[in-house]
Ligand binder design. Structure first.
Ligand code: FE2
Length: 269
């Protein structure tokens, strides 16, 4: 697979919405019929409309790439093009980039070109969204993250607050990943309790502990774009306004524009 066939999927500069630049969603299931996200194209278009109303101008399409959903990534560029064409036809101004929510079980099964196809950020600062297992951060997950770094990719950890035991031992497993240069992506729905009290508590604890970004992890009508709600939840819980805006607005944009560099030790290895 030749990743260089996708120059049009690189992010464009962020247009402004009102007084602020438009938002970016880095974790968003918008491709129809490939995973547990939207069931059909109409539902994808509905999600896109709601994202626009939430101030978003760019979403990264992040289908589950793991054994039980998308195991073959070769047709994902066509699926993204299908959504982009439908949005253009409907007059919806939303940029859709190709990405993935990568299951750690798939890391050893994809080659470098396939990983590159799913990564974000400019050359030299490429990163992948790695799904944190709900069962907890275990040695297999840690090994997969290390393998990605050996391939030259940094990791953005998808919803670590939803992992069982993430706060155990002073967040030791989570902290070890952050020390390796990973960034945490917290679900907006965790902050208002939609994922349960444990995820809410863990979400705010992780936000205190390390720089995070927030995404909707939208899945269709049952979980819709919610960056504004996430911002309100964070501020209502006492997170400083500038920190909350960095998590919702500046942080995700910076990840797409500037990428995420590996720590010096990992680059030298
Ligand atoms: Fe997801």
């Amino acid at each position: 697979m030749d990743a260089h066939t996708l120059p049009a999927l690189r992010p464009a500069p962020f247009p402004r919405r009102g007084t602020r630049p438009g938002r970016a969603e880095i974790h968003f299931h918008i491709l129809p019929g490939v995973d547990d996200g939207p069931r059909d194209l109409d539902e994808s278009i509905h999600l896109a409309c709601l994202a626009c109303l939430d101030g978003t101008v760019t979403v990264v399409a992040t289908p589950h790439v793991r054994g039980d959903f998308v195991a073959d990534v070769a047709d994902l560029p066509d699926r993204v093009r299908e959504v982009r064409e439908a949005l253009t036809e409907e007059g919806i101004e939303l940029q859709v980039l190709l990405g993935a929510e990568l299951g750690h079980d798939m890391v050893g099964l994809l080659d470098g070109a396939e990983l590159e196809l799913l990564a974000q950020g400019p050359p030299g600062a490429r990163w992948l969204l790695l799904e944190t297992p709900f069962t907890g951060i275990d040695w297999e997950f840690t090994a997969a993250a290390r393998e990605l770094r050996e391939h030259g990719f940094s990791c953005v950890l998808a919803h670590p607050e939803r992992a069982v035991g993430v706060l155990d031992d002073g967040c030791a497993a989570f902290a070890a990943e952050i020390a390796e240069g990973s960034v945490a992506q917290i679900n907006a729905g965790s902050l208002d309790g939609r994922h349960g009290i444990d995820a809410r508590r863990a979400g705010f604890a992780l936000i205190e502990r390390s720089p995070c970004v927030i995404s909707s992890d939208a899945h269709g009508r049952r979980r819709v774009p919610s960056l504004s709600a996430g911002l309100r939840s964070a501020i209502a819980q006492g997170v400083r306004h500038d920190v909350a805006h960095r998590m919702v607005d500046d942080g995700p944009r910076a990840l797409l524009r500037d990428g995420l560099k590996l720590p010096r030790a990992a680059r030298a290895a």
